[in-house]
Design a binder for this molecule. Structure first.
Ligand SMILES: [Zn+2]
Length: 291
């Protein structure tokens, strides 16, 4: 229907950007999200971003869509990974097996997927330009959620494929056990924001026209949480994760406290790196300086 917003799990192509196709596949991703978007970018030659699904029925749907695009004259030439997480790379080996496509990623992603049997043949770095949009796609290295995370921006139109920097369905976890870095993540959100008005295409959920608004919301949300973590530290006079969690995340359902604990540790690590919190050998955290 004209003017309607597509659901997270429905394909999306805009009349003004026919080179940018969002094709969600069901994946074992983090609830409440249920799908990861595959992006098919370009006209004539296509770049496949994040083949996503490990499920054979979903992989078959992607192959059918690619066959449909081939009949319209668009041929895939490579696969690019935004980062190494399993809900993004799950269909890579199957797609390579079916179509013989080379794999491109950032060097830090290549290191991680090699352990899973995937060979990267081209390393993509900050500032690289890829010819899959009318203005050419600019690659940005945006670590924080994952060390090798890449975004792709078409600077002429402001359309940006942003992987797991933000989501319009579900949440973005910064996991210190998986090299997540909250300080770096916030810096990269700020860097994306400096690219002016962006139409964001996340890995989970539909596209977001007011990209700047969404980036601002993410920064505000994380900054408010950090303030609450500091408040919890001061209120308790210091404490371990188990003591801090119910206070710093009192607005989060206890069912989600496993994820919240990872996020809490990411915030504490940022505060420690900035000299604003310290931890002793028993795991007891304390705020430094005046409140
Ligand atoms: Zn991820």
């Amino acid at each position: 229907m004209l003017g309607s917003v597509p659901a997270a799990h429905e394909p999306e192509v805009l009349a003004e950007a026919p080179w940018l196709r969002r094709f969600p596949l069901r994946t074992p991703t983090l609830p409440p999200a249920t799908h990861t978007n595959v992006y098919l970018l370009g006209q004539g030659e296509l770049l496949v971003v994040d083949p996503a699904s490990p499920y054979p029925d979903e992989q078959k749907r992607l192959l059918c869509y690619l066959a449909e695009l081939a009949r319209a004259g668009h041929r895939p030439v490579a696969i690019l990974l935004t980062h190494h997480h399993l809900d993004h790379i799950g269909g890579t080996a199957a797609l390579q097996g079916a179509l013989g496509l080379p794999l491109w990623s950032h060097a830090r992603t290549a290191e991680r997927v090699r352990a899973l049997g995937l060979q990267t043949s081209r390393l993509i770095a900050e500032g690289d330009r890829l010819p899959f949009s009318p203005g050419g796609l600019l690659a940005l290295h945006t670590p924080g959620h994952a060390p090798g995370h890449l975004c792709l921006i078409d600077e002429t139109s402001g359309h940006a494929i942003v992987g797991d920097m933000v989501a319009s369905s579900g949440t973005i976890v910064i996991d210190p056990d998986d090299e997540g870095d909250m300080g770096e993540y916030l810096r990269q959100l700020g860097r994306l924001r400096q690219h002016g008005p962006l139409h964001l295409w996340p890995a989970h959920g539909a596209s977001v026209v007011d990209g700047a608004g969404l980036l601002d919301f993410y920064v505000r949300h994380r900054t408010a949480r950090e303030a609450k973590v500091l408040w919890a530290l001061r209120t308790l006079g210091g404490g371990g994760i188990a003591a801090l969690l119910p206070l710093a995340y009192d607005d989060v359902s206890p069912q989600l406290h496993g994820l919240a604990a990872r996020s809490l540790r990411a915030h504490l690590a940022k505060l420690q790196a900035e000299g604003r919190a310290t931890v002793d050998e028993t795991g007891r955290w304390q705020a430094i300086g005046p409140g």
